[in-house]
Design a protein around this ligand. Structure first.
Ligand code: MCA
Ligand code: AMP
Length: 502
């Protein structure tokens, strides 16, 4: 038996697992494909023994086949960000020691040079699945749940992203907790338009959906016209997104109304109204947005809190009060506590402290980085770096302990990583990057630069220089040139002073 396999992915399940445009596949079809893919990866060997296999593909049948195929064959899945600049991928690939890369079509072509330079075998899904005969899973290894299953790269307070390693057990714990807490069933139908290199898309939507036997409708990105048409038609009963998506939907409604299409707005809002659940997370949901969404759709957003290292930790209740501006209570099976700077646990309401987490949902380690792993735990608790208070039994996130982490449209960005790239600009002498409040993105990336003598820099020129050097969502939305960066007596840039300048 393959111990970690999703219970629904079997040859007897003939309900629809995945949709993509007008195509759909049953669980049995997806299952058979995964088996073939896993056997193709094994090439006759018994077990991949945690070989790191990366893949670079948008949400698709091939993505699901690849992810599960790697798991079934005993490898570690390394899903990559398809919106990355190719130059950004090198770090993840070398850090994780990736030896094989799966990519199709255009996505494959752009990786040829990089894979050759890193000695990574680059193959398409089809090439892996060249086995003709369906062996019905025979020949697959028995993978213990304590083995490593996935590495996701996350930005932090260093300039290089760290590889967060989850085991099969971690993934199962993260998924089953949410299935119970949010009442997933096989009747659910959910759109998936979030990127598939993060927990939100991978665990909360895709994996929960598949584990529950639900139907997951795949989109390569947030295609508002296509998604809202299906919402209008009552196709979905669950919707999960980052706050920016709800903001963008409201902006879309405003545009439609301005064009005289109030009826269309009403029809889409009615589609949301009929759903059983709308969830917001990955970044703070402003109270104003929570209220606007309730007025428009009647949906009381369920806000929850999570992190790449822990999956989901805290959630508003499915039944009971969903409190605006709050993320709720610890999920079942997850221990949550707040600690002060002296590592004393806070037990009184209204006193802020760092959120720390324990439970089977917590990751195993940062790949090849023992120091970062040990520094991120204290007495067995994972230290999130997020600060919260408890208001009458509901946690409220107050912010992060580091100013160098920016949350833009749900993406966690490292200010230091962006500074590192900007410093390679020939006209930039010094730079400091911060996140500034923004209605659409939550936080927007702002760069403060000191240019070299005799040089000048305008925003459009900087933006086009950045293209190809960083993912487009990391490119600063604001540029301010200064004569000097504000520094303290130790010479360290005082970033809070920069915030005040805007
Ligand atoms: C796109 N742009 C952005 C962002 N996304 N700028 C800043 N921040 C962003 N997040 C810019 C592009 O660079 C481009 O700029 C312009 O917006 C249009 O790009 P496009 O891709 O068409 O935009 P979009 O499709 O509307 O994308 C917005 C988005 C996307 C759908 C909200 O950002 C997104 O999918 N965010 C969610 C990320 C996510 O899943 N995070 C979860 C990780 P220009 O026009 O100038 O070129 S956190 C997590 O997993 C934890 C565990 C948790 O709690 O969930
Ligand atoms: P990531 O490391 O990309 O998984 O992002 C995790 C971070 O997103 C957390 O450490 C929080 O800072 C932030 N986050 C997630 N959910 C929420 C939320 N509901 N409210 C505020 N911040 C959140």
């Amino acid at each position: 038996m393959v111990m970690h396999s999703f219970p629904t992915l079997n040859n007897d399940n003939h309900t629809i697992a995945l949709q993509d445009g007008d195509q759909s596949w049953t669980y049995a079809q997806v299952n058979a494909r995964i088996d073939n893919f896993a056997l193709g990866l094994l090439k006759g060997t018994g077990d991949l023994e945690e070989e790191r296999i990366a893949f670079f593909m948008p949400a698709s049948l091939d993505y699901v086949t690849t992810m599960h195929g790697i798991w079934r064959a005993g490898g570690i899945a390394v899903p990559l960000n398809v919106a990355s600049a190719v130059s950004e991928l090198e770090h993840s690939l070398s850090c994780a020691g990736v030896t094989r890369m799966i990519a199709n079509g255009h996505y494959r072509v752009v990786l040829i040079e990089l894979c050759a330079s890193l000695d990574i075998e680059l193959v398409s899904c089809k090439e892996v699945m060249s086995i003709e005969e369906n062996l019905d899973g025979k020949g697959l290894p028995d993978v213990n749940p304590s083995r490593r299953a996935m590495i996701l790269f996350t930005s932090g307070t260093t300039n290089k992203p760290k590889g967060v390693v989850s085991t099969h057990r971690t993934i199962a714990a993260q998924v089953t907790t949410l299935i119970d807490a949010w009442r997933w069933t096989s009747d659910d139908v959910i759109p998936l338009f979030l990127p598939l290199h993060h927990i939100h898309g991978i665990i909360n939507i895709l994996s929960c959906g598949l584990w529950a036997g639900a139907c997951v409708d795949l989109f390569a990105g947030f295609d508002i016209p296509a998604i809202t048409q299906k919402i209008k038609a009552g196709h979905y009963n669950v919707f999960m997104a980052v706050p920016t998506i709800y903001v963008k939907l409201i902006q879309h409604f405003d545009t439609l109304s301005a064009q005289g299409s109030d009826e269309e707005v009403k029809a889409i809002c009615d589609g949301f109204r009929a759903m059983r659940l709308n969830i917001s997370g990955s970044a703070a949901c402003p109270v104003k947005l929570f209220n606007q969404w309730r007025e428009l759709t009647g949906q009381v957003l369920l806000e929850r809190y999570g992190m790449t290292e822990i999956g989901m930790g805290i959630s508003n209740p499915y039944e009971g009060e969903r409190r605006a501006g709050h993320v709720g209570q610890a999920l079942p099976g997850v221990d949550v506590a707040l600690f002060d700077e002296n590592n004393y646990q806070i037990t009184t309401d209204a006193a802020p402290g760092e959120i720390r987490i324990k439970g089977d949902n917590v990751f195993l380690e940062y790949w090849d980085n023992e120091k970062a792993t040990s520094e991120s735990f204290h007495d067995g608790w994972f230290c999130t770096g997020d600060v919260a208070v408890s208001d009458d039994g509901y946690y409220r996130i107050m912010g992060r302990s580091s100013i160098d982490i920016i949350k833009s449209g749900g993406y966690k960005l490292s200010a230091l990583e962006i500074e590192g790239v900007l410093l390679t600009h020939p006209d930039i002498q010094e730079v400091a990057v911060i996140g500034v409040e923004d209605e659409t993105w939550g936080e927007a990336v702002a760069a403060f630069v000191v240019v070299k003598e005799g040089k000048s820099l305008d925003y459009e020129a900087l933006k086009s220089w950045c293209k190809g050097k960083m993912s487009s969502y990391k490119i600063p939305k604001l540029l301010k040139t200064l004569n000097a960066l504000p520094r303290n007596a130790m010479g360290k840039v005082t970033k809070p002073d920069l915030k005040k300048q805007l």
